[in-house]
Design a protein around this ligand. Structure first.
Ligand code: ZN
Length: 296
């Protein structure tokens, strides 16, 4: 166990919230508000000799809205968990056990202790620790009315790095993406009539020949058209996203992203040069940067 684990373990059994009395005794008006809000028409709650709904347990002793929180062990534990990187929290379950019915006139108190803190577990939300606390509700004689086990997952939010969407790679365009991985911008050329074409395809649209090779592009081009995408947002991209049609020196056009420029500085026909975006180990894509902005 690390020193950090020891510090966490020291919290197990500790009182997080000292015994706190409910502001009011259990009473019919609050029961009435509750069952009306919940739409619960069980006659046991508002008839002769009423009982309070079990689900109200927490409500009786809940700190009033606006009443100051008391700093204490709970804040210390939250700070210690945050120190370990466990900054996010999600409630995972609440297990309420009743010892007896709660009835109008009961004066309740609640106290809360830490029951357990799990070793770090890997969850879908990120690595985290399950913190289980036990609330004990008592009446005026200190008799236990109910217990509530409350489990939360305190977790390190998982990195949200999302890969770029995959292009659909097939036998007709594979060569282009393979060249891109080597930081080479290529254009498909018909072997028969020498026409360049992009996007690539199996057959020459000019002479219908299936024979082709490639030529290496200079990487210079001009801005033919562009759009600025704001929505919808995909987590793999930075916004506003500049999407351009670039006309290469060789004459073919390709759809790409622009970098090193804001939309305000874009103008149709401006000269551009290729750069390479190694998006992830499997995917490299050309992007284009204005080549005349530096001169201003
Ligand atoms: Zn051809």
């Amino acid at each position: 166990m690390s020193a950090y684990d020891d510090r966490l373990a020291a919290f197990v059994g500790r009182e997080l919230v000292a015994r706190r009395p409910a502001a009011d005794p259990v009473n019919v008006p609050m029961i009435r508000h509750w069952v009306e809000a919940m739409g619960d028409t069980n006659p046991r709650y508002l008839g002769a000799d009423p009982v309070a709904p079990a689900s109200m347990m927490q409500a009786w002793t809940m700190r009033g809205f606006g009443s100051p929180a008391t700093a204490g062990a709970f804040d210390e534990l939250v700070a210690l968990l945050a120190e370990g990187g466990y900054t996010s929290v999600v409630a995972t379950d609440s297990d309420l056990e009743l010892e007896r019915e709660v009835v109008p006139g009961d004066r309740l108190t609640v106290e809360e202790v830490v029951e357990s803190i799990s070793p770090e577990k890997v969850t879908g939300l990120g690595a985290g620790r399950f913190v289980t606390t036990l609330k004990t509700y008592r009446d005026a004689t200190r008799g236990v009315v109910a217990t509530q086990r409350w489990r939360t997952l305190r977790f390190k939010p998982a990195a949200t790095a999302e890969p770029r969407p995959r292009p659909a790679i097939n036998l007709d365009n594979q060569f282009w993406f393979e060249a891109a991985r080597e930081h080479r911008l290529v254009v498909q050329r018909c072997l028969s009539c020498k026409t360049l074409r992009h996007p690539s395809g199996p057959c020459c649209p000019e002479c219908q020949s299936f024979d082709w090779d490639t030529v290496e592009a200079s990487g210079r081009g001009t801005l033919y058209s562009f759009v600025v995408a704001h929505h919808p947002r995909h987590p793999a991209f930075d916004y506003p996203l500049l999407i351009a049609v670039v006309e290469l020196e060789e004459g073919t056009r390709l759809i790409t992203n622009l970098t090193g420029v804001t939309s305000d500085d874009l103008r149709i026909g401006m000269p551009l040069g290729v750069e390479w975006l190694d998006a992830d180990p499997e995917l490299t894509l050309p992007v284009f940067r204005p080549t005349d902005l530096q001169e201003r």
